[in-house]
Ligand binder design. Structure first.
Ligand SMILES: O=C(O)C1=C[C@@H](OP(=O)(O)O)[C@@H](O)[C@H](O)C1
Ligand SMILES: C=C(OP(=O)(O)O)C(=O)O
Length: 427
């Protein structure tokens, strides 16, 4: 699909973006490993989460309503998964693959996981190595770093793992493997990453010990099926937040957005940028804080984005780069080298495409520097690199370009935000 975006100087409306991708993945995983039924509402029907659900179906888990936002997962219990008869294809989803490896490591069967061209290039050693220390047997290309990966389930031993990277996927993988080990498995991260796994494990009845950057789980717990209400995804909402902030005349309300503090780093940055936004009707749903966000056009100020906030807004950096083009002063994005190992190298992709749009930007190894405000010329065809967040960030930039832009290979948007284009048209 090619997406054509015409400049638009007014945006208005009240919208609800789809369910949180991280929470949707975890609702199927824990629902499958729990005893009894898990009823999920607001499930994200993006390809990434569907791939997680399909993988569990292949391992004998009955799921009603797959493909819709309301699903019932019939849990098989911690030790009830069955050997899949075919390869588990996890498409474009790093979260599915890394978390699944933690679960598969402790099964009493053999499984193979694979993914698309992008996922097959992403580093898996970051989970394969610590799982190996727990006794897992995982084989793959590049010494076990690249998919396809073969997992021969084993009896796992607990361990304390000091992760060199602040990654919720690494942390969650080890905690999920820890469910199968005897004794206490601990993960210590260098900075706090999103904690949806911890919150949902507790919600499903597992006892965790959380002490700052250290999280421990005791093996062989009993998980109990629950009702899960998935909040709207703040990462998806961010495209609309920024679209409104940089627009001439905008007033948007984004409903029911998940505001877990380990995810909502973008709000901290937008506050520093003097963005005009307000949180309405703050509440708590299944251990996760949510609110509506009202956002207006703003005169943004430049800021430095780096350090401990990075894991709390890692997926929002491409759209923050677009916001930075309209901020007064020099915006610096640093400590964000993790962006280079996402669906594509997101630093290189954003720098290349912003330049194509007529924006001046300096590339750095761990981020970029963007002076502003600058006008976005447009009148060109941009590449998505088959990365949903690059495609959507460029679409938002197109709304304030001087001339229409085109984004090629925009189908990837459906991995995380299937109705992005419709919502854009609505506002
Ligand atoms: O755990 C998760 O649900 C995710 C963690 C992050 O990845 P890393 O753990 O690799 O930083 C994020 O980029 C991804 O979109 C979802
Ligand atoms: C990096 C992302 O997801 P994943 O790692 O699950 O592919 C993302 O959604 O931006």
């Amino acid at each position: 699909m090619e997406l054509k975006i015409k400049p638009k100087d007014k945006l208005q409306g009240t919208i609800k973006v789809p369910g949180d991708k991280s929470i949707s993945h975890r609702s199927v995983m824990l629902g499958a490993l729990a005893e009894g039924k898990t009823e999920v509402t607001g499930f994200l029907t993006g390809e990434d989460c569907l791939n997680t659900a399909r993988a569990f179906q292949k391992m004998g888990v009955e799921i009603e309503g797959l493909g819709s936002e309301e699903m019932v997962i019939h849990g098989v219990g911690l030790n009830g998964l069955q050997e899949p008869e075919s390869i588990l294809d996890l498409g474009n989803s790093g979260t599915s693959m890394r978390l699944m490896l933690g679960i598969l490591a402790g099964q009493d069967f053999y499984a193979v996981v694979t993914g698309d061209e992008s996922l097959s290039k992403r580093p898996m050693a970051r989970v394969v190595e610590p799982l190996g220390d727990m006794g897992a047997e995982i084989y793959g290309r590049d010494g076990g770093n690249l998919a396809p990966l073969t997992v021969i389930g084993q009896n796992l031993t607990n361990q304390e793992y000091q992760s060199p990277v602040a990654s919720a996927q690494v942390k969650s993988c080890i905690l999920l493997a820890g469910l199968y080990a005897d004794g206490t498995t601990t993960v210590i991260e260098p900075a706090k990453s999103r904690d949806h796994t911890e919150r949902m494990l507790e919600y499903f009845g597992t006892e965790l010990n959380i002490d700052g950057l250290e999280v421990s789980v005791i093996g062989q717990p009993k998980l109990k099926g629950q009702k899960v209400v998935v909040p709207s995804d703040i990462s998806s909402a961010s495209f609309f937040l920024v679209a409104a902030l940089i627009n001439q005349q905008a007033e948007l309300i984004l409903e029911d957005v998940g505001l877990n503090p380990t995810r909502a780093g973008i709000l901290e940055v937008l506050t520093a940028m003097e963005a005009d936004y307000e949180l309405l009707d703050k509440r708590l749903e299944n251990q996760e804080p949510i609110a509506d966000i009202k956002v207006n056009s703003s005169n943004l100020q430049a800021t430095t984005i780096g350090g401990a906030v990075i894991p709390k807004l890692i997926d929002e950096l491409p759209i923050l780069a677009v916001a930075a083009t309209q901020a007064e002063g020099e915006t610096v994005i640093k400590d964000a080298e993790e962006l280079r190992v996402k669906e594509t190298d997101r630093i290189s992709a954003m720098v290349t495409e912003l330049r194509r749009l007529g924006v001046e930007v300096e590339e750095r190894e761990d981020g970029m520097v963007i002076p502003g405000p600058q006008s976005i010329k447009g009148g060109c065809s941009c590449r998505s690199y088959d990365d949903h967040r690059i495609a959507m960030s460029l679409a938002v930039a197109g709304l304030i370009a001087q001339e229409e832009i085109e984004i090629t290979n925009a189908d990837c948007i459906k991995t995380s935000f299937p109705n992005f284009v419709e919502l854009l048209k609505d506002i």
